[in-house]
Design a protein around this ligand. Structure first.
Ligand SMILES: C[S@@+](CC[C@H](N)C(=O)[O-])C[C@H]1O[C@@H](n2cnc3c(N)ncnc32)[C@H](O)[C@@H]1O
Length: 530
């Protein structure tokens, strides 16, 4: 995938369209020749720190003739490429600092996030029009091309404005020599409508085609597909059918959901305020599944809401709320003595909800977090709640065993929350999942040592990838030398929620396209009383 250029690592197992590969192959000589000289020249000019860019842009603003929204979008794209910055953190900050509001802020957000989400498509189109390998282009040149291509193919911006401002952006970044190159490519891009580009460049295999169309690396589309197929929620679905092409009918919807802006979910902290009261106070709607959830349209700053300022509510995905609640709802054998544990607690969202529920039940929570910084975040979230924070490795936290309830919200790939960070899908690598698997198994084994016989352990991830969901649970269920464990139905811990736990598994997999939550997974295990 050409999104490898401009600071984005290549993540896709294959990713590239066969037709494109042919084209690239045919032109290899030309592209490779251009790369050597050109990339050296561009490398001297990078990287641009944001401050440098900002200063530079201020200097060039009058002559560059580019509006603030595009300048900000360009600066953010360059920082995401060069510094691995998170667009959803830096863009709002830039908008505030530059006092960009209203329609301008909305436009800057649309082109920045849209561009980052669609990177695979944009780069493939640019690559199809370019005589040079994208890897050989300086970051600002490539990002100006991406911004221009996004505007031409995905927005109603006038073609001339899209091309002209992109050329000026390149100039403002002191890459004036690339003006003609950028102008030429964007003119070529603009001559063909988006649907035609997609049809022309779509890889032939159904999976790669859907991945391309919905702007995901193919390996992520494959992971979603496998998770959907493995659930087999729909008994009428014949996934073995030769017509199914091995693709789950919901895959397109699952991928599309990653590019939709999620509603803000708030949790009304139990014991402080009800969801109904919170909804009335902030003009939101009570959630569909979690009894603590309130939905708010995106936009604005939920952190500034009075109930949030007063710690009566917090921003928390409804799926996360259901998982914290499941820890308390799962059936323990024998009396619950009120010793609860959150083994991977930072930054503390679930620990705070567990703490609020513990306060009602007269229980207490030990919250373990390996990172001191994240442990501090938990402390600030759980003030006034019966939660004790420990900076320790969950694999050997030094706590006395005998907990009634344990949550292992394991470090994971985060593939279930791609909609929250526009660039995230292009920055992940499926090899990272294999590295995490060992840690996930070790943390779950540790939890089973710490829970008392008859106590429950909830294992959760913000990912639907089977390697970090069912595979981990199945590994533990197959352990012969650890404590004996049984899996309980996750459905029993949930309110009425469709599309969960009626297929092959008794664990729960939530999906943005089905439930409006992040793609959170959880399984409930209970230590047997031998
Ligand atoms: C998915 S996050 C947990 C999110 C948290 N439950 C919440 O709702 O806010 C996983 C956390 O585990 C922490 N972690 C990673 N390795 C760990 C270990 N060996 N022991 C304890 N915590 C660990 C990470 O620093 C991260 O904060």
């Amino acid at each position: 995938m050409s999104a490898a250029a401009g600071g984005f690592r290549s993540r896709s197992r294959s990713g590239e369209s066969p037709r494109l590969a042919d084209k690239a192959g045919n032109q290899t000589g030309k592209k490779t020749d251009a790369r050597g000289a050109k990339s050296q020249q561009h490398d001297k000019r990078r990287p641009h720190s944001y401050k440098q860019q900002k200063r530079q842009k201020r200097t060039h603003r009058e002559t560059a003739g580019v509006d603030k929204p595009r300048l900000l979008a360009f600066a953010v794209l360059n920082r995401v490429s060069d510094d691995d910055a998170y667009a959803n953190l830096i863009l709002p900050k830039c908008l505030r600092e530059e006092r960009v509001k209203g329609r301008d802020a909305a436009f800057a957000t649309e082109i920045t996030y849209g561009c980052l989400r669609s990177l695979g498509v944009l780069d493939t189109v640019i690559d199809a029009c370019s005589s040079r390998e994208l890897d050989s282009l300086a970051t600002p040149v490539l990002n100006a091309l991406r911004l221009g291509t996004y505007q031409l193919l995905f927005t109603r911006v006038d073609d001339h404005a899209a091309v002209d401002t992109s050329v000026r952006l390149v100039e403002s970044a002191e890459h004036g020599k690339a003006k003609g190159f950028v102008n030429g490519i964007l003119r070529t891009v603009g001559r063909t409508p988006r649907e035609q580009w997609i049809a022309q460049l779509r890889p032939e295999s159904e999976l790669a085609g859907l991945a391309f169309e919905h702007a995901h690396p193919e390996w992520i589309a494959g992971a979603f597909n496998e998770a959907l197929l493995a659930e087999n929620q729909d008994a009428s679905l014949d996934v073995e059918s030769p017509h199914s092409d091995g693709i789950h009918p919901e895959l397109a919807a699952a991928l599309a959901a990653d590019s939709e802006r999620p509603l803000v979910h708030l949790v009304a902290r139990p014991g402080e305020i009800s969801a109904e009261e919170l909804a009335l106070m902030i003009g939101g709607e009570t959630g569909r599944y979690s009894p603590y959830a309130v939905y708010l349209e995106s936009g604005g700053n939920p952190g500034a809401l009075e109930p949030v300022q007063q710690s009566m509510a917090a921003v928390q995905d409804e799926g996360s709320q259901l998982i914290a609640r499941a820890v308390v709802e799962a059936e323990v054998l024998g009396e619950d003595s009120g010793r609860w544990l959150d083994l991977c607690a930072g930054p503390g969202g679930k620990a705070a909800l567990l703490g609020a529920l513990a306060a009602i039940d007269g229980a207490s929570v030990d919250a373990v977090e390996v990172s001191p910084h994240r442990a501090e975040l938990i402390r600030s979230t759980v003030a006034d709640l019966p939660v004790t924070v420990h900076v320790a490795d969950g694999r050997s936290p030094g706590l006395a065993a005998g907990f009634d309830r344990v949550l292992v919200d394991a470090p994971c790939s985060g593939l279930g929350a791609l909609r929250r960070r526009p660039e995230a899908r292009w920055k992940k690598d499926d090899r990272d999942i294999l590295d995490l698997n060992t840690l996930q198994v070790e943390l779950l084994r540790s939890a089973l040592q710490l829970v008392r016989p008859g106590g429950v352990v909830v294992y959760s991830t913000c990912s639907p990838d089977l390697r970090e969901t069912r595979s981990i649970v199945d590994t533990i269920l197959g352990d012969t030398d650890g404590p004996a464990v049984e899996e309980l139905s996750a459905l029993a811990t949930l309110p009425d929620i469709p599309g969960i736990g009626t297929g092959n598994f008794i664990s729960a997999q939530m999906w943005p396209h089905r439930h409006g939550t992040d793609a959170m997974f959880f399984a409930v295990l209970r230590r047997r009383i031998s």
